[in-house]
Design a protein around this ligand. Structure first.
Ligand SMILES: Nc1ncnc2c1ncn2[C@@H]1O[C@H](COP(=O)(O)OP(=O)(O)OP(=O)(O)O)[C@@H](O)[C@H]1O
Ligand SMILES: O=C(O)[C@@H](CO)OP(=O)(O)O
Length: 306
């Protein structure tokens, strides 16, 4: 039997080589699942041929990387980049924001899954907990959606200001307190987490937290209005999703204003804006950005591949 030796927090452990485990890490680099399993079997055959019965993870990764380069350079590069990020010593806090319906929860799920991050929370859930603590009378906007918060403003804003955005800012400002608490706890405990939702807005979360090297924020957009609207239809068609389509559509005009505000805030605070048109391209952009900001190595991998 081939044993693989790894290390967690300075402690060594060994476990049997598993084609399934290797194949899973290859699918994260976007290799087709069937191809990944066949490739993992090839690696196993190679190790057997070389009569290797104990191998460290680093040695195994080198072999996988070399063989991958021969098969598919792009997948080889992705495989290595994902690994570099996963090996990052500090916990990773990934914040994904965007107007309602642009796909923050779908993308957050993919990113967490591929990076092996086990913690993910939506800001809607944080908001829901906060609603149990603070009364509607005290903070009426907390009880609204991001795009209806303007209706709860106690004092109407002057007509020259956009009331939708005033309401949105008020709503986000409150939920940001809860978001900050989650970030602080994750940093304190040393756990990686992806936090996503409409309340992740550049400029609203404390600078000392977002400026940390291991905290990365992204804003997702869908520039084409019709594609954005179509996302609500596709989401509400799913039987498990109990979300009122009519409500989103009738407030779509307000959601688009918030969408524009997200773009402006992202530009102002230098937060990467990623057009979420195609899932694979969105994930690729996030990963490239993460390697630039949180781990050195993206360039090295590209050079190694040539
Ligand atoms: N890149 C994409 N291509 C096609 N469909 C997508 C893409 N990203 C998300 N979707 C789909 O769009 C719909 C909305 O996505 P999702 O629920 O993730 O949005 P959200 O930003 O989390 O919205 P909300 O803030 O309202 O919860 C879903 O049906 C999802 O499957
Ligand atoms: O506030 C919002 O924009 C959305 C985000 O998911 O929440 P809900 O429509 O459930 O109020």
């Amino acid at each position: 039997m081939i044993m693989v030796q790894g290390e967690v927090s300075g402690k060594k452990y060994t476990e049997p080589f598993s084609k399934g485990v290797l194949a899973r890490s290859l699918t994260r680099a976007e290799m087709d699942p069937n191809k990944a399993y066949t490739f993992a079997s090839k690696i196993e055959a190679y190790l057997k041929k070389k009569k290797i019965d104990l191998i460290t993870i680093d040695e195994l990764v080198e072999i996988v990387f070399d063989k991958l380069k021969e098969e598919d350079k792009e997948i080889a590069e992705k495989y290595m980049l994902w690994r570099r990020i996963r090996e990052h010593k500090e916990p990773l806090i990934i914040l994904i924001g965007g107007a309602s319906g642009v796909g923050t929860s779908s993308i957050a799920f993919e990113v967490a899954n591929r990076l092996g991050i086990r913690n993910m929370i939506s800001t809607d859930m944080i908001r829901e907990v906060m609603r149990k603590i603070v009364s509607r009378d005290l903070l009426p906007s907390l009880y609204e959606s991001s795009y209806t918060a303007y209706q709860s403003l106690r004092i109407p804003p002057p007509p020259e200001l956009d009331e939708v955005l005033i309401g949105f800012r008020d709503h986000v400002d409150t939920v940001s307190v809860g978001v900050e608490a989650v970030i602080e706890r994750a940093l304190k405990e040393g756990i990686s987490i992806v936090i996503e939702g409409v309340h992740i807005v550049p400029g609203f979360i404390r600078e000392d937290l977002v400026n940390k090297e291991n905290v990365a924020m992204f804003v997702l957009t869908v520039p084409d209005e019709n594609i954005h609207k179509g996302r609500f239809y596709s989401r509400c068609r799913q039987t498990w999703a109990r979300r009122p389509l009519k409500r989103y559509i009738s407030y779509f005009w307000a959601i688009r204003r918030i969408h524009k505000y997200f773009e402006a805030q992202a530009r102002k605070y230098n937060v990467p804006v990623i057009e979420n048109i195609d899932v694979v391209t969105t994930i690729d952009s996030i990963i490239k950005s993460l390697t630039k900001t949180t781990v050195k190595g993206g360039k090295e991998v590209a050079e190694e591949i040539g």
